[in-house]
Design a protein around this ligand. Structure first.
Ligand code: 7GP
Length: 813
C-alpha cells in the first residue's frame, strides 16, 4: 500500500461557513446540527471531487478495462465517517471542527442511513465498491435512486410496524446530479412487424413510451485517498414528450397522471429479500436499471472507441443475482438494433462481457416472469429472448440428441399453464461466468440448482466466497480494537487483513489479552446504552451478549433461538438448573411486510422477553432484547459488542452470510451450523474456536422426505414443554392462540426448516459455550483467535479473485 495522500484542508472551514451562509442562507449562529452535517459533508464532497476527477482522467488516459456492477440494491450506510477515514483525515477534521466549537461525533449522528437495500446482497455490493476503490481498480456501481428505501421498523405492543423511509434522494450531500448524462428508456408499446429479427436498424418496436433516467453519482473513495470511483443511481422522470399525444388530445390531467406514473418507477425499493415480487412495477424497475446502465456503459466505451471490436476487452459487467438479468437481452438489443451489429458478433460480445452471481437457492426467491407481463412491458426484448432460446435449444439438440426432457428443463422459457421466463437460465446462457458466494453454496449451485447447465458448461462455474470491508466493519465500527491492533502490529491490516495473523502470538501475553477483553467490554457498554435507548431494557455488560441480527426469516431460524431461550427459562423455573453464566439474548432484524410468520416471530420474541425479563429469578440469568430498525448504522454498534454470533440457518439454505464474517472479525465466537461461509469460518478459526452443531447439508438432504418432527417431539419432554408453552397463553398476554401458527408449522406441517432436528445439539453446544465463557482466559484467547484468523474474509480478497479470474481487471495506481 502506498502511503495515504491527504488532501489539503486549508479551505475546509471556509467551505462549511460558505455553505451555511450562501447555500442555506443562515448565519452560523442559527445553523442546526443537520445544517452543519450538510456543511461538513459538502466540504468533504469537494475533496472527493478532486480525487474523482483525477481518477477518471487516469483511467481515460490509459484506456483501462472497467467493471460495472449492476445491482438493484446498494446498502451503503452513512458515508461521512467512512469517507473521512478512507481519506485519512478524520482526526484533522475533528480538530478543525473542535476549533469551531463543533463536535464531529454529534454531526455524524445526524446522517440518515441511505437504506437502498434489503440485506446481504445489497450490503455486499457496498463492500465491493469500497474494496474496488481501495485496490485502485476501475469498478463502478449502477443502481436505482429510490425515493423510499427499505421501510423503517418500529415496535408497537410487540408487533412490527412499517413506516416509509423517505431519504433525501434529491438533496443528499453525497449525490451529484448529472442531468447532462441522462438516458432515454423506451418501454411498453408493441411489435409491428415480425419479419427477420436479425436484420434492420431498430426495426419493429413502436409506440413505446419514453422514460428518462437521470443519473446521480455517489463518489466512492478508496482507503488511502488515491482513487475515487462512483456509484451511479438513476431516478426515473417522465420525458417531456411522454404521451405528448394525450396532451395534444387536450386531456391534460390524464397526461399528467401518466407522467406521474412513469416517475413511480424509482419511487420505492421492494422490501423483500428471498421472495420474488412478481409485480409488473418490479419488472419495469429491473428493466429501467438495466437499460440506463447499458446505455451509459456503451456511451463511455464509445468515447474512446469507434467500433465494438474491443468491447469485451474494455468492459466487464457483473450481474448481482438475476434482478439485472435483462442485461443479456438489452445489450443484444443495443448492439443489434441500435448499433447494427450482426447477431453472432453481438452474442459473442455479450457473453464475453457478462458474468452472473447467484445469491440464493431458495426456490421462492428464483425469479420467473410471466410471458404476458414481459410482452407488455418490453415486447422487443421478449422477441430477443425467444431468439436466444431458439439458438440455445438448437445447440442442446446437438449435444444431447435424444434427451427432450433435458431441453425442457434447460429452456429459458418454462412451459406450463402460465409460460414464464426463467431469469437464472437467461443469466447463465448469456454469461461466461456463473458463481456462488461460498464454497458449499457454489457446490450446491452446480449439483442441485442447475446441474444440467454444469454438465453442459462446467468451465463457466466458479466460487467467490463473500467478504466484508475491514474499513467499515473494523476500522470505523470498532475504533478501540482498531487502535489496539495498530499499536500492536502496525496498520497494514487495513489494506491487507491477512496480517491480523500476527495477533495470534499475542494470545500468550496476558497483558494484551486483558486489553483485548477490555475493548470488548467497552463495546458492550456502548451496545447496552443502545439497548436502553431503543428497547428500554437494562442489560448487564458482564453477561454473555448473544446476538442474532439479520433479516427475520424461517430459514435463519430465529425460532430455534427462541426455543432455546424458553428451554432455559423452564430449566431455571421448574428444575432449578441455573446456567453457568448469565446471558443477554439480543435480536435485531426486519421481517418483510407481507411475511406473516416472520412478523409473528417478532411478536413471539417480545412475548418471551416480557415474561423472562419480568421474572425476578430468571431475569438474573436471562434477558431478552429486540433492537428495532436494524440497519447499517446500528450494525456498526451491535456487531462489535457481541460475544456470541448466532448463525444457525438450516444447512444448505444460507448461501454465504456476511454478518457471520463481521462478527468473527470483531472477536465474537460463532454458534453455527455447517452452512454457507460458516464452514469456511470454522476452517479458518479451527474447531476449538467455534461452536458447530446440528445436521450438515448431506444429512439434511438425506432426511428430507422421511423427516418426522412428531417422532422427535414424542421422544423429547424438553421440546414438548417448549412448544406447548409457545402454544399456551404464557407469552400471548390477552391475545388467545396468538402463536398457534408458529407451533402449527413445526408440529403439524412437517417443520420444513428442521428446528426440532437440530434442537438438542443446539442446546448442548450452548451449554458448552457457557462453560467456556466463565474461563476468562480461555474465552479471551478464543475471541482473539477469531479476529486473528479471519483476515481472508476481507472483501479485498474477494475482489482480487473476481478481478483476476472473472473480470480481467487491473490495479491503476
Ligand atoms: C443473500 C444471501 O441470503 C446471503 O447468504 C449472502 O451472504 C448474501 O446474499 C450476499 O451474497 N441474499 C440476498 O440478500 C437476497 O436478496 C435474493 O437474495 C436474491
Amino acid at each position: 500500500m502506498d502511503s495515504i495522500i491527504k488532501p489539503d484542508l486549508s479551505g475546509f472551514e471556509n467551505t462549511i461557513r460558505d455553505y451555511v451562509r450562501y447555500v442555506l442562507g443562515k448565519p452560523m449562529t442559527d445553523a442546526t446540527s443537520t445544517d452543519l452535517f450538510n456543511g461538513v459533508s459538502s466540504a468533504v464532497r469537494k475533496l472527493l471531487m478532486d480525487i474523482r476527477i483525477e481518477t477518471e482522467q487516469r483511467y481515460d488516459r490509459r484506456d483501462v478495462k472497467r467493471m460495472h456492477y449492476i445491482s438493484m440494491e446498494f446498502l451503503t450506510g452513512p458515508l461521512l465517517a467512512n469517507n473521512l477515514l478512507n481519506m485519512g483525515i478524520q482526526e484533522d477534521v475533528r480538530a478543525i471542527l473542535k476549533n469551531m466549537g463543533l463536535d464531529l461525533d454529534i454531526l455524524m449522528a445526524c446522517e440518515p442511513d441511505p437504506s437502498l437495500g434489503n440485506g446481504g446482497l445489497g450490503r455486499l455490493a457496498a463492500c465491493f465498491l469500497d474494496s474496488l476503490a481501495s485496490l485502485d481498480m476501475p469498478g463502478f456501481g449502477y443502481g436505482i435512486n429510490y425515493d423510499y428505501g427499505l421501510f423503517k421498523q418500529s415496535i408497537m405492543g410487540g408487533y412490527q410496524r412499517e413506516k416509509p423511509d423517505y431519504w433525501p434522494s434529491r438533496s443528499s450531500p453525497w449525490l451529484i446530479a448529472r442531468s447532462g448524462e441522462k438516458c432515454m428508456v423506451p418501454v411498453y408499446g408493441r411489435i409491428v412487424d415480425t419479419e427477420d429479427i436479425e436484420g434492420g436498424y431498430n426495426p419493429m418496436w413502436s409506440e413505446w413510451k419514453l422514460v428518462v433516467g437521470r443519473p446521480h453519482d455517489i463518489p466512492v473513495v478508496g482507503y488511502g485517498g488515491h482513487t475515487a470511483n462512483r456509484l451511479r443511481l438513476f431516478s426515473a422522470w417522465a420525458s417531456e414528450d411522454f404521451d405528448i399525444q394525450i396532451f395534444n388530445e387536450g386531456d391534460y390531467f390524464r397526461a399528467v397522471e401518466r407522467k406521474i406514473s412513469s416517475e413511480n418507477i424509482s419511487k420505492i425499493l421492494y422490501p423483500s429479500d428471498s421472495q420474488e415480487a412478481g409485480r409488473e412495477l418490479r419488472l419495469v424497475q429491473e428493466y429501467f436499471l438495466v437499460a440506463c446502465a447499458v446505455q451509459d456503459i456503451i456511451r463511455i466505451y464509445l468515447k474512446q472507441h469507434d467500433d465494438f471490436n474491443q468491447f469485451s476487452k474494455k468492459v466487464a459487467i457483473q450481474l448481482n443475482d438475476t434482478h439485472p438479468a435483462l442485461t443479456v437481452a438489452e445489450l443484444m438489443r443495443s448492439l443489434v438494433d441500435v448499433h447494427g451489429l450482426e447477431w453472432d458478433n453481438a452474442w459473442d460480445i455479450t457473453t464475453q462481457t457478462l458474468a452472473y452471481t447467484n445469491h440464493t437457492l431458495l426456490p421462492e426467491a428464483l425469479e420467473k416472469w410471466p410471458l404476458a407481463i414481459v410482452e407488455k412491458v418490453i415486447p422487443r426484448h421478449l422477441q430477443i429472448i425467444y431468439e436466444i432460446n431458439r439458438r440455445f435449444l438448437e445447440t442442446l439438440t446437438v449435444n444431447y440428441p435424444d434427451d427432450p426432457q433435458r431441453l425442457h428443463r434447460m429452456s429459458i422459457i418454462e412451459e406450463g399453464d402460465e409460460k414464464q421466463v426463467r431469469m437464472a437460465h437467461l443469466a447463465i446462457v448469456g454469461s461466461h461466468s456463473v458463481n456462488g458466494v461460498a464454497k458449499i453454496h457454489s457446490h450446491l449451485v452446480k449439483t442441485g440448482l442447475v446441474p444440467d447447465f454444469y454438465d453442459l458448461w462446467p468451465e463457466k462455474f466458479n466460487n467467490k466466497t463473500n467478504g466484508v470491508t475491514p474499513r467499515r466493519w473494523l476500522l470505523s465500527a470498532n475504533p478501540g480494537l482498531a487502535r489496539l491492533i495498530t499499536e500492536s502490529i502496525g496498520d497494514k491490516w487495513i489494506v491487507d487483513l491477512d496480517t491480523l495473523k500476527a495477533l495470534e502470538s499475542l494470545g500468550r501475553d496476558p497483558a494484551f489479552l486483558e486489553k483485548f477483553s477490555m475493548i470488548k467490554r467497552e463495546n458492550k457498554v456502548r451496545l447496552a446504552r443502545l439497548i436502553k435507548k431503543t428497547a428500554y431494557i437494562d442489560v448487564d455488560p458482564d453477561s454473555i451478549f448473544d446476538i442474532h441480527a439479520k433479516r427475520i426469516h424461517e430459514y435463519k431460524r430465529q425460532f430455534l433461538n427462541v426455543m432455546h431461550i424458553i428451554h432455559g427459562y423452564f430449566m431455571i423455573q421448574e428444575e432449578g438448573v441455573i446456567p453457568t453464566a448469565p446471558r443477554t439474548y439480543i435480536f435485531s432484524g426486519k421481517a418483510a411486510p407481507g411475511y406473516f410468520l416472520a412478523k409473528l416471530l417478532i411478536r413471539l420474541i417480545h412475548g418471551v422477553a416480557d415474561v423472562v425479563n419480568k421474572d425476578p429469578l430468571v431475569s438474573q440469568w436471562i434477558k431478552v432484547a429486540f433492537i428495532p430498525d436494524y440497519k447499517v448504522s446500528l450494525a456498526e454498534i451491535i456487531i462489535p459488542g457481541a460475544d456470541v454470533s448466532e448463525q444457525i440457518s438450516t444447512a444448505g439454505m444460507e448461501a454465504s452470510g456476511t454478518g457471520n464474517m463481521k462478527f468473527a472479525i470483531n472477536g465474537a465466537v460463532t454458534m453455527g451450523t455447517m452452512d454457507g461461509a460458516n464452514i469456511e469460518i470454522a476452517e479458518a478459526v479451527g474447531p476449538d474456536n467455534i461452536y458447530i452443531f446440528g445436521h450438515d447439508v448431506e444429512e439434511i438432504q438425506a432426511m428430507r422426505g422421511a423427516y418426522d418432527p412428531g417422532k422427535i417431539l414424542a421422544q423429547s419432554p424438553h421440546i414438548q414443554r417448549v412448544l406447548n408453552a409457545v402454544n399456551s397463553p404464557l407469552f400471548c398476554g390477552w391475545e388467545n392462540d396468538l402463536f398457534f401458527p408458529l407451533f402449527d408449522a413445526v408440529v403439524n406441517h412437517g417443520d420444513y426448516y428442521m428446528n426440532l432436528a437440530d434442537f438438542q445439539s443446539y442446546v448442548d453446544a450452548q451449554v458448552r459455550l457457557s462453560g467456556d465463557y466463565v474461563d476468562k482466559k480461555k474465552w479471551a484467547q478464543m475471541t482473539l483467535l477469531n479476529t486473528a484468523r479471519t483476515g481472508i474474509f476481507s472483501s479485498d480478497r474477494t475482489i482480487r479473485e473476481y478481478a483476476g479470474e472473472v473480470w480481467g481487471l487491473e490495479r491503476q495506481i
